[in-house]
Design a protein around this ligand. Structure first.
Ligand SMILES: [Zn+2]
Ligand SMILES: [Zn+2]
Length: 329
């Protein structure tokens, strides 16, 4: 099969790989759409070649279900990107992200992917493959899980710091659930996308002081909730400054240590600081329900590239001039 290899230094190539060999309870999927994730940018921009790629948001058609009891050939599926063991108490509850023996999806920018059948999710007939990537992957999964963690209510002021694809998904989800979303970024193109998917207000934090702007928009109260979707110490600190009394800061951007002033930023204001990772397999039906009730998921997808143009796809995504980018074998 053909697959994308990350070569490091912002270069990729498309080359021949051996076809996956199915083990017990796995299905073979012919890939239709594979989304590029922000988490792949470390590998893409870094100095070292990877053996394969870090793709983990994928939909396609089952073409070999011979080892599965759950699926048959021709089924349209997406794949949950965190592969729980399927046996432990967390997996039994559909919470694969908590599994101690979980594995990562091994790379999906390819013609074929083999996946355990218990991590596959059936796509309803009316869900196109590209939209399915967002419903079964990071795109809507992360924002949905975050919304459950935050308990967003109608009328909340929610700041989204960073509107790459994950921030855009959160902007859409929070707006759809009734929040007044303030999107903050330094990229005007992505701020215009944020407006398009539901942001009530946008702030370019290089041109305007975001704290002053949020104060003004919230009549001095600051935000009820703040979502950090960048993964840098300075944006995490900004999120803590944008949240008002008794508010909540939710971190989605992966990073290491960030200094927090426990008294000044948390205790004295009853501020809650929380994390949220990916989404639970068990949350998928609710995500599909929101799509059927009008969540305009397709608006986040700005580009589709055939796999032979993977270099163009990665470059465009890396340069920040795109929402969600799909690679199609
Ligand atoms: Zn991802
Ligand atoms: Zn498990």
């Amino acid at each position: 099969m053909l697959g994308v290899q990350l070569l490091g230094n912002s270069k990729v190539t498309v080359k021949e790989y051996p076809d996956p060999v199915l083990t017990e309870n796995q299905v073979l999927i012919q890939v239709k759409d594979s989304g590029i994730c922000g988490s792949e940018m470390h590998g893409f921009r870094g100095p070292n070649p990877q053996e394969f790629n870090g793709g983990h948001e994928v939909t396609g058609v089952v073409i070999d279900a011979g080892k599965s009891q759950r699926f048959k050939n021709g089924d349209r599926v997406g794949v949950h990107g965190v592969w729980g063991c399927g046996e432990c108490r967390w997996c039994m509850a559909g919470q694969y992200t908590f599994c101690d023996n979980r594995e990562s999806c091994p790379g999906t920018h390819a013609e074929l992917v083999a996946a355990p059948d218990h991590v596959c999710l059936k796509l309803p007939d009316d869900v196109p493959f590209d939209v399915g990537v967002l419903l079964t992957g990071d795109g809507m999964g992360v924002p949905y899980h975050a919304s459950r963690r935050l308990g967003t209510k109608g009328g909340d002021f929610v700041c989204v710091v960073g509107v790459g694809p994950i921030g855009l998904g959160n902007t859409m989800m929070q707006s759809f659930l009734g929040a007044e979303v303030i999107a903050i970024d330094i990229n005007d193109y992505r701020l215009s996308l944020a407006k398009d998917v539901g942001a009530a207000h946008t702030i370019n934090s290089q041109k305007n002081n975001p704290i002053e702007a949020v104060k003004e928009l919230t009549h001095g109260m600051l935000a009820d909730k703040c979502i950090e979707a960048v993964g840098r110490p300075e944006t995490a600190k900004l999120a803590l400054k944008l949240v008002g009394k008794a508010g909540t800061v939710l971190t989605l951007g992966e990073q290491g240590d960030v200094p927090v002033n426990v008294s000044g930023e948390l205790i004295r204001y009853d501020v809650t600081l929380m994390g949220s990772w990916f989404y639970h397999y068990a949350e998928y039906p609710a995500i599909v329900d929101l799509y059927h009730r009008g969540l305009p998921v397709a608006k986040i997808i700005t580009d589709h590239f055939p796999m032979e143009k993977a270099q163009e796809a990665f470059t465009k995504f890396s340069e920040g001039q795109a929402g969600k980018v799909m690679i199609e074998p």
